[in-house]
Design a protein around this ligand. Structure first.
Ligand SMILES: NC(=O)c1ccc[n+]([C@@H]2O[C@H](COP(=O)([O-])OP(=O)(O)OC[C@H]3O[C@@H](n4cnc5c(N)ncnc54)[C@H](OP(=O)(O)O)[C@@H]3O)[C@@H](O)[C@H]2O)c1
Length: 458
């Protein structure tokens, strides 16, 4: 259960908050007896459902039915607000529809519906509950009810680590204060999406499931929430979303207003969508971390990949000499992006050909990283996007070495977009696929794409 927030100055006692949390845990932990701790002996649901008596016993009867329909049911509390005697709760029910519910046979679909409840409390226990669940949204999500225009959308849903990405019908998210609802035109896939799906990023990004995948998007502003600044309906925008929130690989996404960057006329939205993570990482690594500049030399590994392809172009435009590694058709691609020299890493040892460079951009790791220390000039710098370099090895070579962790920065993304608009930066598109084929997009990314894979929503 996520940490609930309570309103500033609320006089809800710790005991009252604990009772409210316990009430929902009774469902999530499949333990009806927890209700004895949460509600008073004469607790009443307002109005009492037919067959539902007062007290914990009346509430306990609900749990088996819920769990039969959604064996993995989870209730996440987002917010508890109130005073000593009254509390409002904003929460969310998630689960997989695996048993009959409202007469609808199991569909196996993942659902996510808002839950709003209002409680009266006495001596830290709940005495009365009024509740509102979006069962209509639920019926729509399982396909048992027609979608109201604009209320639901298609999105790439991942049910758990290792589960295949699947297109699901989910509610259109609501922009909160300082947020903007974007109608997504296109989103791109990054290796990070696969690492998040596979669970390799646990500890950095602890996801909540169902997780809507995707961090990079471009589209048009649909609606701005309160205090969302200058954005107006129809503005063309590009953004990178917080990976722990995700949501780009969907028809609509909520984006913090300060993370949006305008896309000028003349730049295709389905090109712009390929830039945020890959170009942002290349920029951060080359210029903000390594300080690459005019007249210097860089070795860029994976020159045909997402990050490497942008890095070649950015480094060249900054006036550096660029050597890249690539294989197969990637060699010609890296050359076409401006690399002065391209080494076929499958046929040749790059370490035997390169020496004295100022910067190495390592997008590969492992043996490639180990062999890269020796190609740097003394005082040069190795920056890896994959794995923290060994400090002792760096010291032994008299070079600096560091791992770069991409941080979203709208100012940096705006500079990237300017370079695309000016024709200095090309978004290499490996494939454009419709959202319905997002599973293929993930598979293609897993096989190491040359360029970016763009998922289009139209
Ligand atoms: N730390 C961060 O914040 C951060 C941010 C972005 C990306 N990353 C990571 O950086 C890595 C690269 O990302 P990406 O988006 O560029 O991936 P990508 O587009 O999937 O890169 C694929 C490219 O890797 C090349 N490649 C594979 N093995 C190689 C080798 N031994 N030597 C040289 N090139 C090789 C392939 O080249 P050919 O096709 O020519 O064979 C292919 O074009 C990923 O692991 C990603 O997760 C980290």
């Amino acid at each position: 259960m996520s940490e609930p927030t309570t309103s500033p100055g609320a006089a809800l006692s710790a005991e009252a908050v604990r009772s409210i949390e316990t009430m929902y845990r009774a469902f999530t932990e499949k333990n009806p007896d927890l209700l004895d701790e949460a509600v008073t002996p004469d607790w009443r649901d307002i109005p009492l459902a037919p067959g539902q008596g007062p007290g914990p016993g009346g509430l306990k009867g609900l749990i088996p039915g819920f769990l039969k329909a959604f064996p993995d049911l989870k209730i996440t509390i987002h917010e508890i607000v109130g005073s000593a005697g009254r509390a409002g709760v904003r929460a969310e029910i998630t689960g997989t529809h695996e048993g009959e519910w409202f007469g609808v046979p199991p569909t196996g679909k993942a659902v996510r519906i808002p839950l709003h409840e209002f409680h009266h409390l006495k001596d830290g226990r709940i005495t009365h509950t009024w509740h509102l669940e979006d069962w209509l949204g639920w019926l729509t999500q399982v396909g048992a009810w027609p979608a109201a225009e604009g209320r639901t959308m298609k999105a790439t849903s991942i049910l758990g680590h290792g589960a295949a990405p699947a297109v699901a019908e989910v509610p259109v998210p609501e922009p909160g204060p300082g947020q903007v609802l974007v109608r997504v035109a296109a989103a791109s896939v990054n290796p990070l999406d696969l690492k998040l799906q596979g669970g390799q990023m646990r500890g950095f990004f602890d996801l909540e499931f169902p997780y809507i995948a995707g961090t990079d998007l471009a589209g048009t502003v649909e609606r701005a929430g309160r205090a969302a600044g200058r954005w107006r309906r129809g503005d063309a925008v590009v953004a990178r979303l917080d990976p722990i929130v995700g949501g780009a690989l969907a028809e609509f996404a909520v984006v913090p207003a300060d993370q949006l960057v305008a896309v000028p006329a003349g730049v295709r939205l389905d090109d712009a969508a390929g830039a945020p993570t890959a170009a942002g990482t290349a920029w951060q690594a080359l210029f903000e971390v390594a300080g690459l500049g005019r007249g210097q030399a860089a070795l860029i590994h994976g020159g045909a990949g997402g990050v490497g392809g942008f890095a070649i172009q950015l480094a060249k435009h900054a006036g550096a000499r660029v050597v890249a590694t690539a294989s197969g058709t990637g060699i010609e691609l890296a050359r076409s992006l401006g690399a002065d020299e391209v080494i076929d890493y499958k046929a040749e040892d790059f370490a035997a050909r390169v020496s004295g460079v100022d910067v190495v951009l390592d997008t590969i790791g492992g043996d490639t990283q180990r062999r890269s220390f020796g190609v740097l000039r003394p005082g040069g710098m190795l920056v890896s996007t994959v794995a923290p370099p060994d400090e002792a090895t760096a010291k032994a070579h008299g070079v600096a070495a560091t791992f770069v962790f991409h941080r979203s920065d709208a100012g940096r993304l705006a500079k990237v977009v300017d370079q695309i608009a000016a024709g200095h930066l090309r978004v290499v598109v490996a494939r454009r696929v419709p959202l319905a084929d997002v599973g293929d997009a993930f598979e293609h990314q897993a096989s190491a794409a040359r360029g970016k894979i763009i998922v289009t929503m139209g």
